[in-house]
Design a protein around this ligand. Structure first.
Ligand code: ATP
Ligand code: MG
Ligand code: MG
Length: 554
């Protein structure tokens, strides 16, 4: 059996299984807030939680942490569901923190009755200054000793919208001198007279994250609640809240923390990505430059490449920055195995084969993917007039130029050996055509002695009368620096790369006419491309997923 070392999260679970947990107790959740589209950072959390689910055959809930009606929308819920599915995972139950609003409210009433919560009627500024500092204890609110009866009456009025939005909050009564600042009477509820995407106008009070999250885990019998490191100081409060509502013998969820993953030359924060969309710096949440799951999907990433990426960077205890080149490596690696090879020319130079009969065409056989025998073969048309890339021809060049030059030979991929005989130029000296001859005995795969002849250099090409003109969208880093948020004196938007999108055209072989949205190809010698959803019947649009090699320099 394969012995793979366990990451520290798996070690925690293995330890628990040795002591007080059964495998059948295990249950996990992925808890996004529906305030934006999921990004590559979320992919780490999704792969962690659903990966554990698969490993232990344990259920994993998809829980929408929808406690803030100001920023949450149904479109985000839908996109999150579609992204998790596309990544290849299945949730046990679709849950919403908002489904627990009544239960949370009832529990809050119990806390008030037990003397564990009170209504504070100070301004948020006063509450903040009374919090103290890590070395100085806080100051008790003058409302801390409010009677249970008055608290209950006020809280109900708050719930019904009978009080002004900013007039009151509900706070847990814990310890204003706690060394953990988060334990100094944290907020449980605030008033918001705002419609919620699921509960409409039912509620005028909304629970805070700390109150809602652990209780939601408890309601769903989640055994292990994994979150990112910034919640470490919240763990004490998480436990305190669950302790208030649980009975002996019930499964108590355990919060454990892992490090957030960051990706270079981009931002992994829904809030910041939302700014890029709102300010039209990108066209949409699924713009192929975005580090969102849907953007990567549209760019041509496969679910496997993203899962492999998450797996390879692993789960850590310390926050770090992953070079986006590593993500690109993962997709290149996957597409190399999967993507059919096709020929397309982006920067065309006309070649005329002068000894090839006018009006003749022939269909040559070529393999679809040399990395995958099962991919089969297809036919490509050859004729007297072809395009090759401008950069593949020079009138004169040194011995290291293994492409076409005057008087020398190259092989055209899956076709013939041709020799450049002369160039035709316009009055400015720009090369308009290269006139070549071909050797009819050198047809690839024909088995003749001449076809085995070795020439340095094989070029891709397309037959002009058969070629299809398509749009190509070439992408560069969205930000010109590794960490756009590193400089605290500057706005991350100052570092947006103004040239992250370049639109061009290409001439491609006719087999691509039937390509469908999201189909992926390797344009030989150029890169991997994916059919964009903005393609029309008349014009295909291709997104370049990634170049063949890592050619990008800082
Ligand atoms: P954002 O600031 O982008 O909204 P978030 O943590 O507030 O991030 P949530 O929707 O609350 O976003 O996240 C759902 C889950 O994904 C949480 O458990 C969160 O900790 C995890 N997560 C979010 N971003 C990352 C990241 N960059 N790396 C790893 N896990 C992440
Ligand atoms: Mg957030
Ligand atoms: Mg969050």
């Amino acid at each position: 059996e394969e012995k793979k070392s366990l990451n520290f999260i798996e070690q925690i679970i293995e330890e628990d299984l040795k002591t007080d947990y059964k495998v059948s107790d295990l249950k996990f959740r992925f808890p996004p807030e529906p305030n934006g589209f999921l990004h590559i950072g979320h992919a780490s959390s999704i792969c962690l939680n659903f990966g554990l689910g698969l490993k232990y055959k344990a259920p994993v809930n998809l829980r929408f942490d929808d406690t803030n009606p100001i920023k949450e929308e149904t479109v985000f819920v839908e996109s999150i569901k579609s992204d998790v599915k596309w990544l290849g995972f299945e949730w046990a139950e679709e849950c919403y923190a908002s489904d627990y609003f009544q239960k949370l409210y009832d529990w809050a009433v119990e806390l008030i009755k037990a003397g564990d919560a009170y209504v504070d009627s100070q301004s948020s500024e006063d509450i903040a200054t009374q919090k103290g500092t890590p070395t100085q204890p806080g100051t008790a609110s003058p409302y801390r000793q409010r009677s249970v009866g008055e608290n209950l009456e006020l809280f109900e009025a708050m719930k019904n919208g009978g009080t002004a939005e900013k007039a009151h909050v509900l706070r847990a009564k814990i310890d204003m001198a706690s060394p953990n600042m988060i334990m100094r009477d944290p907020l449980m509820y605030r008033c918001l007279h705002k419609a919620h995407h699921r509960t409409g106008d039912d509620w005028k009070v909304y629970p805070m994250y700390d109150w809602a999250h652990g209780e939601s885990d408890f309601i769903e019998s989640i055994s292990h609640s994994f979150c990112t490191l910034e919640f470490l100081p919240h763990r004490e409060l998480y436990n305190w809240f669950v302790d208030r509502v649980s009975q002996p013998g019930q499964l108590i969820p355990k919060q454990r923390e892992f490090a957030r993953r960051n990706l270079s030359h981009t931002m992994v924060s829904k809030r910041k990505l939302a700014q890029l969309v709102e300010q039209n710096i990108v066209n949409s949440w699924d713009d192929p430059r975005m580090p969102t799951i849907s953007g990567l999907r549209r760019r041509g990433y496969t679910p496997e490449s993203i899962r492999n990426f998450a797996e390879s960077i692993g789960i850590g205890k310390r926050e770090n920055m992953i070079d986006v080149a590593h993500l690109e490596f993962c997709v290149r690696d996957d597409l190399n195995k999967k993507a059919p090879r096709v020929m397309g020319v982006m920067d065309p130079l006309k070649v005329i084969i002068t000894n090839y009969p006018e009006g003749k065409e022939e269909w040559l056989v070529t393999e679809n993917n040399q990395e995958d025998e099962s991919a089969g073969e297809r036919e490509i048309p050859f004729s007297r007039e072809l395009y090759i890339e401008q950069e593949d021809f020079k009138e004169e060049a040194n011995r290291k130029f293994f492409r076409l030059k005057l008087g020398k030979e190259v092989r055209l991929k899956s076709a013939y050996i041709i020799k450049a005989e002369e160039v035709v130029k316009d009055e400015d000296g720009t090369i308009l055509e290269v006139h070549c001859t071909y050797d009819p005995d050198t047809k690839s795969g024909s088995g003749t002695e001449a076809s085995q002849r070795k020439v340095k250099g094989t070029l891709h090409w397309v037959s002009i009368p058969h070629a299809e003109e398509v749009e190509v969208r070439l992408y560069d880093r969205l930000f010109s620096v590794e960490d756009p948020s590193a400089d605290k004196d500057k706005d991350f938007l100052d570092f947006v790369n103004p040239d992250s999108l370049q639109i061009g055209k290409a001439y491609v072989e006719p087999s691509l006419k039937s390509a469908k949205v999201e189909d992926k190809f390797q344009f030989q010698r150029i890169g991997y491309f994916c059919v964009d959803r903005e393609s029309t019947e008349h014009k295909l649009v291709f997104n370049r997923t990634v170049t063949l090699r890592d050619s990008w320099k800082n």
